[in-house]
Design a protein around this ligand. Structure first.
Ligand code: FAD
Length: 427
C-alpha cells in the first residue's frame, strides 16, 4: 500500500520535513492537496487572492512532480469525509497550529487510527515550536526579548539543517495523467493580484536595518506570502539571516514567537491577551470604520496604507502599525474589526502574526505597545515618508479639494483614547 503526503502550508518539494520523512519510508508516496471546503466556504470574495496564490503554487508543484514521473492529486471537500473514503498505509504531513487546524487534525488522526492507518506529522513551518523555547520554570515566554535570547542560544546546525528530499524523489508514486480541478470547479475565479516573486534578495537582507522602515522603497523582502504558504523554507531563510543580518533574523523570530503565543494562549483569537483590555468601551462607529477601510480618513499616511492593501493585498509593516493604531486609538474601534478586515485582504494573512500585530497596536497583546503610546500620523510621515513619495503613490488627490478632511482631530482623539483606556484599566 502507498503512503500519502498531505501538502498544506508547505507547498514545496525542497527542504520539506514531513515530505522527507514520507519519502524516506519504504512505500511509494502519493502527494495530495485538499481544498478544504470548510475554510473556503467562509471566504466571501470569490476572487480571493489567497486561493488564487495557492492554486498557482499547486500548478507549479504539479508540474515539478510530473517531471519526476509523478503528479499531485488535488481534492476539494471536507478533509474528514475524504479521509473516510481513502485507503493508505500511512498519512504524512506538517504541523499547523491554528486552532481550527489542530481540531481538524485530531479528528483526522482519530479516524485514521480506526482504520489502522498511521498519521505522522512534523515541524516544518517554524524553527522552534510548542515547548521548544520556554522559560527555565517551564512556562511559555510572553515577552519577546528574553524569548529571542533563548531562541538564539538554543539554535544550532541541527535545527537549520535542510531535509534533502531530492535524494528520494524516485519514491514518488508514478502517475500517467491526473486531472486537476479548475479554480472555477472549486467555486473561485482568478484574482488580479500581483504575487511577489520567490526571490531572496541578499542585498535587501544585508541593508534591511537601514531600509526596513520606509514604505516608499523596496527595503523589505516581500517573502511573507511565501513563508505563509511554505513556498520557501524557513530553515533556508534563517541560515541566510544568521550570516547576513541579525535585525532581519529578529523578524523571523517574531514569526516563531507569535506562532508560539497562539499555540499556548489560543484565547487570543477572540479575546485580549490581557483581560483588562476587554473592558474598553469601543465607539465602533460604522461610518468611520468604512472610511478607514476605504482609505478616506483624511490622514494621508493611513489612507495610503489602506489603499495599498486594497489594491495589492500587501501593506508595508510600518504602515500596518500606523493604520492599526489609528483604527484602534484614534477611532476607538475594536481591534477585532481591523483584524478581520486585514484577514480578508492580506495575501500573507496569517492568524498568529496578524493577531499578534493587532494586539500589539491595541496594547492588549502580550508584549505590546504601552497603552499611552498613540502614533501621531503626521510625525510618522515626517520620519518615514518625508518626501511624501509613498503618500503620492497611493493618494494622488492628496492636497486637492477632492481629498477628505480629517475624520477626527489628532489632539482630541489622543485625549479621548487615553481617558477611555485609563478608565477601562482602572475599573
Ligand atoms: P520582512 O520585513 O522582509 O520580514 C521577513 C519575514 O519575517 C516576513 O516575511 C514575515 O514572515 C516575518 N515578519 C516580519 N515582521 C514580522 C512581525 N512583526 N510579526 C511576525 N512576523 C514578522 N505578517 C504576516 O506574515 N501575516 C499577517 O497577517 C500579518 N499581519 C500583521 C498585522 C499588523 C497589524 C502588523 C503590525 C503586522 C502584521 N504582520 C503580518 C507582520 C509584518 O507586517 C509582515 O510580516 C511584513 O510586513 C511582511 O513583509 P516582508 O515579507 O517584506 O517582511
Amino acid at each position: 500500500e502507498d503512503t500519502i503526503f498531505w501538502f498544506r502550508r508547505d507547498l514545496r518539494l525542497d527542504d520539506n520535513a514531513g515530505l522527507y520523512r514520507a519519502l524516506h519510508g519504504n512505500s511509494k508516496v502519493v502527494p495530495i492537496f485538499i481544498f478544504d471546503s470548510v475554510i473556503l466556504n467562509e471566504l466571501e470574495d470569490k476572487n480571493d487572492r489567497r486561493v488564487d496564490f495557492i492554486y498557482q503554487s499547486l500548478l507549479q508543484l504539479k508540474s515539478q512532480l510530473e517531471e519526476l514521473g509523478s503528479s499531485l492529486l488535488i481534492f476539494y471537500g471536507d478533509p474528514i469525509k475524504l479521509y473516510d473514503r481513502l485507503h493508505a498505509k500511512a498519512v504524512y504531513t506538517n504541523h499547523d497550529f491554528e486552532p481550527y487546524a489542530i481540531k481538524r487534525d485530531d479528528q483526522v488522526k482519530a479516524l485514521l487510527m480506526k482504520k489502522n492507518i498511521a498519521f505522522h506529522h512534523f515541524k516544518d513551518h517554524v524553527i522552534f515550536e510548542k515547548d521548544e523555547v520556554i522559560k527555565d520554570d517551564g512556562k511559555p515566554y510572553t515577552i519577546f526579548t528574553p524569548y529571542s535570547k533563548k531562541w538564539k542560544a538554543k539554535l544550532n546546525k541541527f535545527f537549520l539543517k535542510s531535509y534533502p528530499t531530492e535524494k528520494y524523489f524516485n519514491n514518488f508514486k508514478k502517475f500517467k495523467k491526473v486531472n486537476t480541478p479548475s479554480l472555477q470547479d472549486i467555486g473561485f475565479g482568478k484574482s488580479d493580484a500581483y504575487f511577489p516573486p520567490r526571490v531572496i534578495s541578499q542585498a535587501i537582507i544585508q541593508n534591511y536595518h537601514k531600509t526596513r522602515d520606509y514604505p516608499a522603497i523596496k527595503g523589505t523582502t516581500r517573502l511573507s506570502v511565501h513563508l505563509r504558504f511554505g513556498t520557501v523554507s524557513i530553515r533556508k531563510l534563517a541560515q541566510i539571516a544568521l550570516k547576513k543580518n541579525e535585525v532581519w533574523l529578529n523578524e523571523l523570530i517574531w514569526r516563531d514567537f507569535y506562532a508560539m503565543i497562539l499555540f499556548h494562549f489560543p484565547h487570543v483569537v477572540n479575546k485580549a491577551f490581557k483581560p483588562a483590555y476587554d473592558q474598553i468601551r469601543w465607539r465602533n462607529n460604522e461610518k468611520e470604520f468604512e472610511k478607514w477601510c476605504d482609505g478616506k480618513t483624511g490622514y494621508p499616511i493611513v489612507d495610503a496604507g489602506m489603499r495599498e492593501l486594497n489594491a495589492t493585498g500587501f501593506m508595508h509593516n510600518r504602515v500596518r502599525m500606523i493604520t492599526a493604531s489609528f483604527l484602534v486609538k484614534h477611532l476607538l474601534i475594536d481591534w477585532r474589526w481591523g483584524e478581520a478586515y486585514f484577514a480578508r485582504q492580506l495575501l500573507d494573512y496569517d492568524l498568529a502574526s496578524n493577531n499578534g500585530g493587532w494586539q500589539w497596536a491595541a496594547s492588549s497583546g502580550c508584549d505590546a505597545a504601552p497603552y499611552f503610546r498613540v502614533f501621531n500620523p503626521e510625525l510618522q510621515t515626517d520620519k518615514f515618508d518625508a518626501d511624501h513619495k509613498y503618500i503620492k503613490q497611493w493618494v494622488p488627490e492628496w492636497g486637492t479639494p477632492k481629498y477628505p478632511a480629517p475624520v477626527v482631530d489628532h489632539k482630541i482623539a489622543r485625549e479621548r483614547v487615553l481617558e477611555t483606556y485609563k478608565k477601562a484599566l482602572n475599573d
